[in-house]
Design a protein around this ligand. Sequence first.
Ligand code: ADP
Ligand code: ZN
Ligand code: ZN
Length: 712
Amino acid sequence: MAAPAAIGGSVRHDPAVLAVAKILPLVTARGMPGALDYAEDSLAPVGTVVRIPLHGRSVDGIVVARADETDVPADKLKAVEAVSDRRTTPELVELAQWMADDVASTTARALQLVAPPAGKPKQRLWVQAVPGAEPERPLTAAQRELLDSLAASGPRPAGDALSRWRTLEKHGLVAIELADERRRPSAHAVGSSSAKIPATTPEQEAALTRIRAAATTTEGNRELLLHGVTGSGKTEVYLRAAAEALDRGRTVLVLVPEIGLAPQIVHRFRERFGDVVAVMHSGLSAGERRDEWWRVWSGEATVVVGARSAVFAPLDDVGLVIVDEEHDASFKAGEDPRYDARRVAVWRARHHQAVLLCGSATPRPESLLALEVIRMTSRVDGRGMPPVEIVDMRREHTLLHPTTREALTDASKAVVLLNRRGWSNFLECRECGHAWECPNCDVTLVLHKRRGSLDCHHCGHSERMPANCPACGSVSLAQHGIGTERLEDELGSLGLQVLRVDADISDPGAVLAQFGAAKRAVLVGTQLVAKGHDFPDVDLGVVLDADATLRFPDFRSEERTFQLVTQLAGRAGRGGDGHGRVIVQTKAPEHPAILAAAAHDAEGFMSAELDRRRVLGYPPFSTMVRIVVSHHDQVTARDLARDIARPLALARVGEVLGPAPLFRLRGKEREQIMLKAPSRPAAVAAVRDAVSRVERRASKVHAQLSIDVAPQ
Ligand code: ADP
Ligand code: ZN
Ligand code: ZN
C-alpha cells in the first residue's frame, strides 16, 4: 500500500485508503469558510446530507465534491460522523454555488434552498386487490362490498378497516403493504383525465410549432417569450407544450406567481395530467412540502407547478421550463439569498438544454430584449380588447367620478382595483394635529376598521383603534386616504353586492370563487384582483388612483403602472356578449404609461421604455446593486455605509449613489448605497469586496448588512 506522498505541497492519499469529501456546513453566518475537507469512506455522492464535526459541534453539511487529496494533514483530517439517506442532485449543488455568486450570498445559504427537506415521508398501510384472485369460499356481504369498493377506488389506505382487510389478505384476495403516505395509485396517472381539450387557434398552433422546433434543436435558440394578450390562451399553449415534453420522456417545471391566489392554473395542470403533478409553494406545511419533494425526487411526479421556490424542485432531465406571468415581482426573493427565480429558471433550462418559455401579457422590457418573442394578439373568443376610458381626477374631490359611479351601478360584474389596503392611510387629530405613527418605523399607521386596529404595514406593529387623541383628548379624528376596506363600504352604500380580496383576507381563493359564482357583484381589492384569474362574465374593470404606482421613486414605476392597468383591463369583457369596458381614474391622464395601457399598446410602451432605459443606463442595460446598512444608531449606520461606498467608488465598476438615509424600519436606522454598473459580475465582485472590509466591524456592533443584486 502506497504511503501518502507530498505533491506540490498537498498530500495525495491512496484513494483506497482515504476518500475525501468536500463538505459545506449548512451554517448561515456570513464569513463562513467555503467547503471543508473530511474523510468519508462510504463514497456518498455529491448532494448527500451528512453530519460533520465543526468547532466542537455537530452540524449538517452537504457533500459538494469528492477528491482523493487534501491539504489537511492526515492526523488533522476529521471524519464524517454520519451519512444520511437524504440527498439533493449534483445539478442543484452546482446551481447553489452559481447562485451564491450571482446574488452575492453565501453558498451555505444557497444550499439550504436546494437541500432535501428534513425527514422522510410518513408511511402507511396500503391495500390493493390481487388481480385474478378468486375467493375459495363464499364471502359475507360486507366482505363482498369491501372488495367491490376497492375495485372501484383502486389502491387505497387501509385505514379503519384494517382488520377486515387482513381477513381478506389471508384469503389471498388483497395485498397490504407499507408505502409512502402520499403514494398515488398509478391508475390515476397521465392520460386518465376526462377534461376535454379544445382545438388550438391558429396563433396557439404557431406558438406550439415554434416551441416544438426549440425542443428538438441542438444549435438553435431555446429561450422564448410568449407575449399574448389576456385571454389569448397562453395556458393552453403551456399545457400542450408540457404534454409534448412528457411524451419525449422529459419533465416539466412550471413557475407561477403566488399560488394561493392563482389556483386556476394549478387546477388546469392537475386536470390535464393527474397525479404526476406536484405542487410546491410556501403555503405548504413542512410535511406537505416534504412529501411533494420526495414525489419529485423519486420520479413519481414529473410536472412541478409552483411559486418562486419551486424553481429548486429536484426534477431530473427537465425538457420544458415555463414561467407564467413572468413580469410578476413575486419571483424575486425578499430575503437573502435574494435570488430571482426567473434567472434561476434560465440557468436550469440551459443546464438541461430545455426550452424556456416565459409568458405574459405585459412582459418585462428585459425579457423582450433577451428572449425570442412569440406573439398572440387576439383573444381565443375572437373579441377585441375592451375600450378603456381615462377619467381625469385632477378636479375631482370624491373617491368615485360620476362616470365611474354610473358604470358601476349599470355593470353586472365589475372588478375594482385600489392598491391600498385598510380603511384609511392615516389618522390625525383635528384639534392638535397629533398623527398616529409606528413606534418602530417612520411611517404612519393604517386604520383597519373591521378589526378595530391601527397597523404598521412594515413591521406588523398593531394597536387598538383609539376613541380619542392621547395628546389632547379630542374625539375629532380625521381619516386621510382611502383603502380597500372603505371602498368596500362606499360601494356597498350604492346598493351593490361587494366582495373584497387583499392581504387582510384569509382565504382569497374562496372570495374569488364566490365572485365567480355570483350573477351580479363587485370585486374590490389590491393588485391581487388583477392577477391570473379568469371570470368570463366580468363586464367592467375600474382602476382607482392609477397613478399611485407612478409616485414611487423607482425606475420601474412606469412599467408597474402600465402592467397594473393592462392586467386589470384584461379582466374585463372576457366573454359573454362582449360589452366589456374599462375605466381608469387618474390624476395623471396624460402620462405615457397610462395612455399606452389605455390603447392596449404593449409593444409601443415597451420599446419606448427600453429606449428610455438605454439612455439613462438603467437595467437591462446595467445591473443595480443595493446595499443597506441598518443599526439602531444612525451615526454608526452612516459610518459603516461610508466605509463601504468609498472603496466601491474607487473600484470604478460603475456609478455609486449614496449613502442616503432610508426611513427607519423595525427600530433600525438605515443607510442605502446604490451601485449602477454595466457588468454584473464586476459589480458583484466589487460589492463583495467593499462589504467584506467592514463585515467584522459591523458584526461587532450588531449592524446588519444586506446586499440586493438587481433589486425590485
Ligand atoms: P391567457 O392565459 O392567455 O389569459 P387562458 O389560457 O386562460 O388565456 O385562456 C382563456 C380562456 O380560453 C380559458 O377559459 C381557456 O380554457 C379558453 N381557451 C384556451 N384556448 C382555447 C381554444 N383553443 N379554444 C377554445 N377555448 C380556449
Ligand atoms: Zn389631539
Ligand atoms: Zn412599523
